[in-house]
Every structure is written in structure tokens, then in C-alpha cells.
Design a binder for this molecule. Structure first.
Ligand code: C2E
Ligand code: MG
Ligand code: MG
Ligand code: MG
Length: 287
């Protein structure tokens, strides 16, 4: 009967939910073990995704994106473990590790004559940690990165909680010479009124708008508004999630210069970025 099948479906759904929950718990256990036993964070890999200036075709920066190589050798994406790290507070040591590693990489590139901006994601939990600024200053000093080559990507969630705290901390960060970007822009809580006069350097248009822009007039209109706003407020603009030539062409037409997405490159290990950057230098030399 209909009732029976609904019940069966419900049961299946419950089973599915249980399996998901179980998987999450196993992952969480593995993760905690990893982070505790693996104090030098060997199981975490930082990959880098290029950001391209569409007019020159050159890589102008990269975004550092962490991956976890679990004990089974699988590469786990951040969506599967960052939330767990945030719940447990482990995001603080992990975030410091990613920041350290990324700054060191930027210095390695600089030593090769390559000056690109290193963007690193910062979780709201890190941002609210009273030790964050100290640890940032320490990492700047020990790595030797030029602060103006570092950009921190924050999400709108940092503006939603305590706007005065957020403003003050962002000002301190920018006083160090570090750039601040607002990530996933347009999806969160911030209205125009919030952003206006806020101490920022970069807006990153959320990839959901880019994904739908070719078939959704609304999303295209939102992108146009964000571009206009960024220009008006003198902010740099990055479009993320650029997956096809059509997206790149349309965004360029609309006035967007810096792009990031699978169309150009997926996030890749540092060595592969180095190879790309070196071939760029070679091409420039041959021009
Ligand atoms: P995000 O900061 O918005 O990073 C962009 C995400 O979009 C990355 O996913 C990237 O691989 C993906 N992406 C880039 N281009 C495309 C595209 O063309 N198509 C599609 N479908 N996706 C694209 P990833 O690496 O899985 O990271 C997801 C999120 O996890 C990041 O979003 C960020 O919020 C968080 N995350 C990653 N690494 C870190 C980290 O070191 N610290 C913190 N706190 N968060 C991190
Ligand atoms: Mg980001
Ligand atoms: Mg983003
Ligand atoms: Mg995101």
C-alpha cells in the first residue's frame, strides 16, 4: 500500500541519514587523531588555485586551499573537514599551518623572481580568536613574506556577528600591510550599507552567481551590480567559479578583470603552479 511504501521510504531515508552520520563520526575521529598525532601536519596538503588577469592572461595570484590526506590515503576536500575543525577548535592550529605553509611558498616564489599575491582563507573561528593577530604577525616575521603579497579571504559571516570588532580587527590587519578580501560575496548577510566605508581591498563574487549567469538574468544583474559597486568603492574584484570560455567572455565583457576557476586551472600542488609560472616567464622572454 501507499502507506507501506511511504514507511519503507522513511526507513530508507533514516538508514541513509544514519550512514551519513556514521561516516561523519568516523571522519571526525580520524581527523582528531590526525591533528593530534600529526603535529607537523604531514597529512594536510595545501594546493593553490591560480587567479588570472584576463587581459594579460598572466597569473597574478593564487588561493591556498587545504586538503586532508587521511590514513586511507584518500584526499578529502575541505567541505568534509573544515566544519568539523571549526566545531572542535582544531581549525586554529590547522589555519596557522596553512598560513605558515602558504607564506613560505610565496617567499620561495619570490626568490625565483615570481611576485604573486598569496590569498589564504580565514575561518570566523580563527578571526574571533584573541591570539589571531599575534600569530599573524609572528608568521609574517618568520616566513619573511612581504605583507602586501598576502591577502586574507574572510566571509561575510565575520561582519554578521560583531561589526565593530570586525572593523577594528580588519583595520589592524590592513595596518600591517596585508590585503583583505570578502569571499563568497553576495550570498551572506552584508548589505550595501555594511560594505560602504568598510576597510576592504577585494570583493570575490560568489561562484553561484557565475554558475547561473548565462541562464539567469537575475544572477547576471546581481553580478553587474557587484561590479559597479566594486568600481564605485574602489575595490578589486575577483570572479570565482569560472568554468567555461563563455563565462570568461561574458564576465570580461561586463568589466571583470581577475578570474579564478576550473576553466583556467583547478587547485594544484605548488610544484605544478611553479611549472606554469616558469613557462609564463619563458614565454615573456621569447616575446
Ligand atoms: P572558497 O574559499 O570559496 O574557495 C573556492 C572553492 O571553489 C574551492 O573549493 C575551489 O576548489 C572551488 N572552485 C574553484 N573554481 C571552481 C570552479 O570553476 N568550479 C567549481 N565547481 N568549483 C570551483 P575547495 O578547495 O573544496 O574549498 C571549499 C571551501 O573550503 C573554500 O571555499 C573555503 O571556504 C574552505 N577552505 C578551503 N581551504 C581552507 C583553509 O585553509 N582554511 C579555511 N578556513 N577554509 C578553507
Ligand atoms: Mg576563498
Ligand atoms: Mg569563495
Ligand atoms: Mg566558499
Amino acid at each position: 500500500s501507499a502507506l507501506f511504501s511511504a514507511k519503507a521510504a522513511g526507513k530508507n531515508q533514516f538508514k541513509f541519514y544514519n550512514q551519513k552520520l556514521e561516516k561523519k563520526l568516523i571522519l571526525k575521529q580520524q581527523l582528531e587523531q590526525s591533528l593530534h598525532s600529526d603535529t607537523d601536519h604531514q597529512q594536510f596538503e595545501v594546493h593553490y588555485q591560480p587567479k588570472i588577469n584576463i587581459h594579460t592572461g598572466h597569473i597574478i595570484g593564487v588561493e591556498a586551499l587545504v586538503r586532508w590526506r587521511n590514513s586511507d590515503g584518500e584526499l578529502i576536500p575541505p567541505s568534509d573537514f573544515i566544519p568539523l575543525c571549526e566545531e572542535s577548535g582544531l581549525i586554529i592550529p590547522l589555519g596557522e599551518y596553512v598560513l605558515t605553509k602558504s607564506c613560505e611558498q610565496a617567499v620561495l616564489w619570490r626568490e625565483m623572481g615570481i611576485e604573486i599575491v598569496m590569498a589564504v582563507n580565514v575561518s570566523i573561528i580563527q578571526f574571533e580568536d584573541p591570539q589571531f593577530l599575534n600569530s599573524l604577525v609572528r608568521i609574517l616575521e618568520t616566513s619573511g613574506i612581504s605583507p602586501n603579497m598576502l591577502e586574507l579571504e574572510l566571509t561575510e559571516s565575520v561582519l554578521a556577528k560583531d561589526i565593530n570588532y570586525a572593523r577594528a580587527l580588519i583595520e589592524r590587519i590592513r595596518d600591517l600591510g596585508i590585503k583583505v578580501a570578502l569571499d563568497d560575496f553576495g550570498t551572506g548577510y552584508s548589505s550595501l550599507a555594511y560594505i560602504n566605508g568598510f576597510p576592504l581591498d577585494v570583493l570575490k563574487i560568489d561562484q553561484s552567481f557565475v554558475r547561473n549567469m548565462l541562464r539567469s538574468k537575475t544572477d547576471q544583474t546581481i553580478i553587474a551590480a557587484i561590479i559597479q559597486m566594486a568600481n564605485g568603492l574602489n575595490l578589486k574584484l575577483v570572479a570565482e567559479g569560472v568554468e567555461t570560455q563563455e563565462h570568461a567572455d561574458e564576465l570580461k565583457e561586463m568589466g571583470c578583470t581577475i578570474m579564478q576557476g576550473f576553466f583556467f586551472s583547478k587547485p594544484i600542488p605548488a610544484k605544478q603552479v611553479t611549472a606554469q609560472l616558469q613557462s609564463e616567464i619563458l614565454t615573456a622572454a621569447l616575446d
